[in-house]
Write a protein that binds this ligand. Structure first.
Ligand code: AHM
Ligand code: MG
Length: 337
């Protein structure tokens, strides 16, 4: 049977996702929210939802009207779904714990409702990233939201670009679906995606280069060395979810290193961005690192914690880690006679 083109619900039924909750139902809920957000993103210029609200979020960033709309749509879809007991959003300072009288399920979901906000008004690709864990009990607490990325039971994203895509992993492979907007269905376009072991693209905001550590600078210099093989190209959308999706398909490295002036702990958020994408990268054969540790091994200490991020093809991530390690090691002392 040609599986390509099957609907998300058909594919979820076939995949027989196991666990003590209705993971297929939760993913369907997230896909429905993505369809609604996609519709708003598509017509954003026609209605008054471009631009800023005038507010700043917990990270001090200016909030866009579409950020708020996407956040509300995610909460409105997930809260009554019966699949979750707690939610956390990059756009909200505090998590939402469902009350006992609300329909509660075994999962907690953390999400970035609209990643790449700075691109919204220019019609450039943006997305929604989500991360799913199992809670200890329906009376979830903050510790259920602060679990290490390795404990994620599923993760994924929706991409609002030239097509609307839905990508997820629930342990067995990474699958990608394209929205057939005419009929309102996500259809399978890539099953069991594998990231190339090495790529030829690096992706970074290179304006920050002067403030990267020597190991990262040296690694990027080597990729551009005119006397080297010069096999790499640079691509940077400025929406993590879009830069990651390209890296997933074509391979290479996305990096957002720490920057002592503007982002001493990195810019990207561990729980809403780095961990879910790390989960997908690893399920597709890639890697994600802070430069010295696997992202999935980190134990979060705060909901809105940031991390440096190096994510992509396994060999590219290991190579930049090696360069960082080398530069951190003390220079060998000359031992002349
Ligand atoms: P956002 O979630 O508020 O949009 O912020 C995160 C975004 C990422 O999508 C992207 O990789 C990064 O910030 C871009 O940062 P910069 O503009 O510094 O290059
Ligand atoms: Mg983001």
């Amino acid at each position: 049977m040609n599986r390509k083109g099957m609907t998300l619900s058909q594919h979820l039924t076939e995949s027989r996702l196991c666990g003590d909750g209705d993971m297929a139902g939760l993913l369907t809920t997230l896909a429905s929210a993505a369809k609604r957000i996609s519709r708003e993103v598509n017509r954003a210029g026609l209605v008054d939802i471009l631009g800023f609200t005038g507010e700043h979020n917990v990270q001090g960033e200016a909030v866009c009207k579409l950020d708020v709309l996407a956040h509300d749509m995610m909460i409105d879809a997930l809260r009554p779904s019966g699949h979750v007991c707690a939610l956390a959003s990059e756009e909200a300072e505090h998590p939402l714990f469902l009350a006992p009288h609300e329909p509660r399920g075994p999962y907690v979901v953390l999400f970035d409702p609209l990643d790449g906000s700075s691109n919204i008004d220019a019609g450039i690709t943006i997305g929604t990233i989500f991360s799913i864990y199992r809670a200890q009990s329906a009376d979830a607490t903050l510790s259920d939201l602060l679990q290490s990325g390795s404990r994620q039971v599923a993760a994924g994203y929706a991409l609002y670009g030239s097509s609307t895509l839905f990508v997820y992993t629930a342990g067995a492979g990474v699958h990608s679906y394209t929205l057939d907007a005419g009929v309102g269905e996500f259809r399978l376009t890539h099953e069991n995606l594998r990231m190339p072991e090495r790529g030829t693209i690096y992706s970074a905001n290179e304006a920050n280069y002067p403030r990267w550590c020597a190991g990262v600078q040296r690694y990027i210099d080597a990729l551009k060395d005119p006397d080297g093989p010069c096999t790499y190209s640079a691509r940077y959308v400025g929406s993590l979810v879009a830069d990651f999706h390209r890296t997933l398909l074509y391979g290479g490295l996305f990096l957002y290193p720490a920057d002592p002036r503007d982002a001493p702990n990195g810019k990207l958020r561990l729980l809403y961005e780095a961990a879910p994408l790390a989960r997908i990268a690893e399920a597709a054969g890639g890697r994600a690192s802070t430069g010295s540790e696997d992202v999935l091994s980190l134990q979060p200490t705060a909901l809105h914690q940031r991390v440096p991020l190096f994510i992509g093809s396994a060999e590219d991530v290991s190579a930049v880690e090696a360069s960082i390690r080398q530069c951190a090691e003390p220079e060998p002392v000359a031992t002349g006679r």
